[in-house]
Design a protein around this ligand. Structure first.
Ligand code: FEO
Length: 404
C-alpha cells in the first residue's frame, strides 16, 4: 500500500504525516535504512486541531494533506504540541503564516521552549495536567508525561475516538509507506526497528516511560498514535507492553557479542567463544564494531540478557571504538545485564581492566573468567572460552527461571 494522501484513522481524525526517505541519520546520529515517518494528525470538528507537525522539508506535502481534509478555506484553530523537538515543530513559523489565527497548545514547558526555539510567545494556549479542550464533538484531554524524552513531553487523549496521541513514546523507525497500521504490516518485519528506536531515543528514560504508562492505564485506548512509525489500532496494548518490558530491562535469554580486532587475534578468540555459546543452545548475535553502527549494537544489547565485549588494548587503554560504545551504554543507562570480557594486548594490558571498571560502575554482573591474553590466544585461553560460555548459559538459565 502506497500512502500519498491523508489517511483516515476514525471518522473525524486523519493522518496527515509524511515519510522521510532522504535523511541518512536521525538526530544526526542514528541510521535510517528504512526511513522514518513524522506523524501528524488532524481532527476535523467544529474547531480544527492539528496534533503535532512535521519537519519543514516536508511542509508542502503536509499542507496538501491537511487541505485534502479541511479544504482550502477552512482554518486550523489549534496546533497541539505533544513534543517540541524540531522534527515535529520545525515548520511552525510557516504554519502560523498559512493559518494566522492558529493557537498553539502546550504545557508551560512547551511554551518556554517555543520562546527559546522560535521566539513565539503570542497566540499560545497553556494547558495543565488533566486539562481539557473542546472542539465540538471531540474533547481533548492532556496528560503531562515529562521526560519521555524531553521535559515538555505530554500526551493528548480523544475520548470520542479513543485515540491516544503519544508523541515519541510508542514510536518506531521506518517509513509507513508499506503500511500505516499494525494490522497492515507483519510485526516481525517492524519489530527490530521498533526496538532500535526505543533503545536509541527513549530507553534512557525508562523510569519515566513506566510512570507515563501508569498514568494512561485508566484511559480506554483503542488507538495508539505516536509521532513516528506505525499506528497501533488492532493491538494497542501490544506496543505499550513492549515499551513496558524494555523500560524494566526485561531481556531475552541470548547473547550479543561485540568485538573489535585489529589483526584478527581477538576475532579468533571471539569465534571460539561464539561457537561455545551456540553449543550451549543460546541465540547469539555478533557485531564487529568496525562495521556495525552503534545504533544496531545498542538495540541488540537492549534485547539480550548477556553481552560479551571483546577488544584489544590501544595505547594502554580501551580500543577507541569500544570506548565510544561503553560511553554510549553509560549514557543510555543500560543495567541488569551479564557481561563477559575478552581483552588482548601486545605490550601493555588495559582493555580488560577498563571493561571490568565499566561493569562495576554500571552494575552489570561480571561473568568470570575474564579472558585476557598477550599476542594471540593459546590453548589455555581457548579453554577459558568453554568455561565462560558455560557460565553465561548457566546464569541466563537462572535469570530466565526467576523471571518465569
Ligand atoms: Fe521525534 Fe523527540 O522527536
Amino acid at each position: 500500500m502506497v500512502i500519498n494522501t491523508a489517511c483516515s484513522i476514525t471518522e473525524d481524525i486523519s493522518w496527515v504525516g509524511v515519510n522521510d526517505h532522504s535523511t541518512d541519520l536521525f538526530e544526526a546520529l542514528w541510521p535510517l535504512p528504512k526511513g522514518i515517518s513524522y506523524n501528524s494528525y488532524i481532527i476535523n470538528d467544529d474547531k480544527v486541531a492539528l496534533i503535532d507537525s512535521v519537519k519543514p522539508d516536508f511542509l508542502a506535502e503536509h499542507r496538501a494533506k491537511i487541505r485534502s481534509i479541511i479544504g482550502k478555506d477552512k482554518a486550523i484553530d489549534y496546533l497541539v504540541i505533544n513534543h517540541m523537538e524540531p522534527d515535529h515543530t520545525g515548520a511552525i513559523d510557516q504554519l502560523r503564516s498559512a493559518y494566522p489565527d492558529i493557537k498553539i497548545v502546550g504545557n508551560h514547558k512547551t511554551l518556554e521552549m517555543l520562546s527559546s526555539y522560535y521566539d513565539i510567545d503570542n497566540q499560545v494556549f497553556a494547558v495543565k495536567d488533566g486539562g481539557r479542550l473542546s472542539l465540538g464533538r471531540h474533547e481533548l484531554m492532556f496528560q503531562l508525561t515529562p521526560m519521555v524524552h524531553w521535559p515538555e513531553t505530554m500526551m493528548t487523549y480523544d475520548a470520542a475516538g479513543k485515540v491516544l496521541f503519544t508523541g515519541d513514546v510508542f514510536g518506531s523507525y521506518g517509513a509507513v509507506d508499506e503500511g500505516l497500521f499494525d494490522d497492515e504490516v507483519q510485526e516481525r518485519k517492524v519489530a527490530d526497528e521498533v526496538l532500535r528506536y526505543f533503545s536509541n531515543i527513549i530507553g534512557r528514560y525508562g523510569e519515566m516511560v513506566l510512570r507515563a504508562i501508569d498514568k494512561i492505564k485508566t484511559l480506554e485506548t483503542g488507538i495508539v498514535a505516536p509521532t513516528h512509525g506505525i499506528i497501533w489500532r488492532k493491538k494497542p496494548q501490544r506496543i505499550i507492553e513492549l515499551y513496558d518490558c524494555w523500560s524494566r530491562h526485561q531481556t531475552e535469554p541470548g547473547v550479543v557479542i561485540v568485538f573489535a580486532s585489529m589483526y584478527g587475534n581477538t576475532r579468533i578468540a571471539v569465534e571460539a567463544l561464539t561457537r561455545e555459546l551456540v553449543q550451549n543452545g543460546l541465540p547469539v548475535t555478533v557485531h564487529n564494531l568496525s562495521h556495525s553502527h552503534a545504533s544496531f549494537v545498542l538495540r541488540d544489547i537492549w534485547r539480550y540478557g548477556a553481552a560479551v565485549l571483546a577488544c584489544p588494548t590501544y595505547n594502554t587503554e580501551l580500543f577507541p571504538l569500544m570506548d565510544d560504545l561503553v560511553r554510549l551504554l553509560e549514557n543510555k543507562r543500560i543495567s541488569n545485564r551479564l557481561l563477559g570480557i575478552v581483552g588482548s594486548y601486545g605490550w601493555s594490558g588495559g582493555a580488560a581492566e577498563s571493561l571490568r571498571q565499566f561493569a562495576e560502575k554500571n552494575k552489570w554482573e561480571l561473568v568470570e573468567p575474564v579472558i585476557e591474553f598477550r599476542g594471540s590466544a593459546r590453548k589455555g585461553d581457548m579453554a577459558q572460552t568453554i568455561k565462560l560460555a558455560g557460565k553465561i548459559a548457566e546464569k541466563l538459565r537462572e535469570t530466565d527461571k526467576t523471571s518465569e
